[in-house]
Design a protein around this ligand. Sequence first.
Ligand SMILES: *Cc1c(COP(=O)(O)O)cnc(C)c1O
Length: 484
Amino acid sequence: MSIPLIFTLDKPSLRCGHIPESDAPDEIPGPPDELLRRELDLPRVAEPEVVRHFVNLSVLNHHVDRGFYPLGSCTMKYNPKVNESLAALPGFSGLHPHQPVSTYQGALNLMETLERWFCEITGMAAVTLQPAAGSHGELTGMFITHAYHKARGDRRRRVLIPDSAHGTNPASIVMAGYESVPVLSDARGRIDLEALKRELTPDVAALMVTNPNTLGLFEDRIGEIADAVHRAGALLYMDGANMNALVGLARPGDMGFDIVHLNLHKTFSTPHGGGGPGSGPVAVNAELEPFLPLPRIRHLEDKSLGWDWDRPDSIGQMHTFYGNFAMLVRAAAYIRALGSAGLKRVAETAILNANYLRAMLKDAYKLPYDDLCMHEVVFSADNQGEKGIKAVDIAKRLLDFGYHAPTINFPLIVHQALMIEPTETETLETLEGFVRTMLQIDREARETPEVLHEAPHNTPVSRLDEATAARQLDICYRPDVYVS
Ligand SMILES: *Cc1c(COP(=O)(O)O)cnc(C)c1O
């Protein structure tokens, strides 16, 4: 379906809105006259046409309310809609951070409760809710690492990451002023303990580990890893983006981690995608608590809640005010609704769903690390490579069947990687349909490879020049360019 731009639907004969005369009292000053525009070049389109136009546009892109979205690492799960209504309650959505603190005790109470719940979930001593994304949490964690070593009079330059790490890990490490040093994985897809020990020199500030890692595998020697890191005087940071595989089952604090971030837009019910606001709280052990960002919630003498700005060891503010508050409301509602038994089922179902896909597809698709997985499974498209089929061809062909593509070509240590994360919110029927489609695509790879090379066939546009689109982003309407 091709959809014209709203501007080209313009019909000069139509009137499509009635703006009432202002009834604001004259003494309230409006914007300065020189900033006001009298004429706006807006399209004239009938109201039903406007509604249809945007509804049609909304289904051109894939989204989780429209179909299965197995984009590995990203956890594109369905988020309960009731949490949207709760975040939109006027008492929450109408808050202003400059209100007197006595007027938003409820919001502070929600934040304090959520901090406590995250401590329990992670096995840590204290939490900041400020960071706005997982990557922002990583940066916060690296600043905390830096402050910790500095307070001990220790200058360390390097932070280690496994070679399967997500791209934000080295970026955060470098932004915090450290050198990022990769550590090799072993044949089982886990950190190579011997390689790690060789790299653990006295100038290593931390090891940043994703657990389960980006291959969907649990770092089953994490206890030994933690011991080795701590013996070297370094801190152990956990990228907790994959927490939907652990929540209610295992706690980073118990594994020996010192710092962990959570991605509320992955694990805890914030809609994910489209560049909207996210949230990446950071939990730390008791020794690191003094370094957490400013301000911290505290109990005042009269038992009410307020802010503590008097924390000399803090790394400072990481976000204006107190973080993306509406995400915190969604997370609190989600945790409250599920309870501890429900959270445990989240992880169990995420693991079960991924292992179902692993078992059903491993005869057709190469499984480079043939082991039980956690919440996601990474295949390689090498079996399909004979007729020149690549991971991208399989990903594009999936679009024809109404699925979002899996993540491809990541993690980098897997050749032609297909990284599939079904998430815990999908039904068995959905997974079965996906398996049938993947097996059909495998047959096509052998019998009619041209169908895959030319895919997608059923989408509004076919293969795009993605590199140019990303580098020369052009999303503004210009009448001179778009006259139909
Ligand atoms: C998503 C993800 C991140 C980054 O999180 P953002 O919230 O997108 O910044 C880091 N590591 C892993 C493993 C991830 O999946």
